[in-house]
Design a protein around this ligand. Structure first.
Ligand code: BV8
Ligand code: ZN
Length: 249
């Protein structure tokens, strides 16, 4: 059955749950996309891990600085903008993202729940002291090279990106707020995620269990097995503005 966009306008509380696909049209590679250059022969899960960092800090820090440079050059796309606009039009919207970029914030979204941390929040790998201000991108960060991580001013340990690596726990507060919102909402939009990484991937199921409708927005149609589950096949940057036009005129 087709999803009726008017349900966006009548919702009491919408949860928007985003993955790498929402930033794809800003030119940011998703995790599904093949890695290139120095990182070609690695699996992201190896690079996005404390073991990977211990083994070769400069390789991992270089990978993140290259990604940070790409994000700095990118712009929020119509999907990010539509999500920020939707929040202005409904009584309550909770934005939960798996992404570590700041494109939602740059599109105007506030109080974004980052389940996997944020790239800009570097901290010491050893003593966890935050790096304080967002670090200047070093010369050539975008060139895809190994870059020695800066050292912690307190203990001399190497800085690490402020993201959640595989095998690391998610931020307690953000995760519980995300689960609470999913259990309370009457509509959850799951946008641009392959739904592979746990425990974030549980969020749409929590909403479904609690009686909400769940709409998946993804070029790859994902399973919409449940009566209250819908799949809209297409790009978020095209479908979301269209949904808002149909819902709010
Ligand atoms: C944890 C930050 C407890 C870093 C990320 C075995 C051993 C150890 C752990 C595990 C294990 N088995 C399972 C686990 C748990 C593990 C996990 O889930 N592994 C997976 C691989 C099976 N999870 C963890 O380790 C988590 N921690 O469980 O702690 C614990 C403690 C100790 C030991 C064990 C467990 C931590 C997970 C967080 C990892 N960090 N990111 C960084 O960014 O570098 S996850 C990272 O990958 C992203 O943040 C993102 O969340 C995820 C990729 O998912 P997506 O966002 O969905 O992106 P993806 O590329 O997959 O899909 C993009 C989608 O968009 C596609 O469907 C595509 O079709 C679509 N798309 C493309 N274009 C568009 C589009 N959609 C719309 N519009 C478009 N234009
Ligand atoms: Zn330190």
């Amino acid at each position: 059955m087709r999803f009726n966009p008017r349900l966006l306008a009548s919702a009491r509380h919408i949860v928007v749950f985003t993955g790498a696909g929402v930033s794809a049209e800003s030119g940011i590679a998703t995790f599904r996309d093949k890695l290139t250059g120095l990182w070609e022969r690695f699996d992201p899960a190896e690079l996005a891990s404390a073991e990977g960092f211990r083994r070769d800090p400069a390789l991992i820090w270089g990978w993140y600085e290259m990604r940070r440079a790409g994000i700095a050059q990118a712009q929020p796309n119509p999907a990010h903008l539509a999500i920020a606009e939707l929040a202005q039009r409904v009584p309550k919207l909770t934005l939960v993202t798996q992404n570590v970029d700041d494109l939602h914030e740059r599109a105007g979204s506030a109080d974004v729940l980052h389940l996997h941390g944020q790239l800009d929040a570097a901290r010491c790998f050893d003593c966890a002291r935050p790096a304080g201000a967002v670090l200047e991108l070093p010369e050539g960060a975008g060139d895809g090279k190994r870059i020695e991580p800066p050292l912690c001013s307190a203990c001399g340990g190497p800085l690490r990106p402020g993201v959640v690596w595989f095998g690391e726990n998610l931020p307690e507060q953000a995760l519980s707020q995300a689960f609470l919102a999913a259990a309370d909402c009457d509509l959850l939009l799951s946008i641009g995620t392959s739904g592979v990484v746990q425990p974030a991937a549980m969020i749409p199921g929590v909403a479904l269990e609690a009686g909400a409708r769940v709409v998946h927005i993804n070029p790859q149609v994902t399973g919409a097995g449940h009566a209250r589950e819908f799949a809209l096949a297409g790009k978020a940057g095209e479908l979301l503005p269209q949904l808002l036009r149909e819902a709010f005129g």
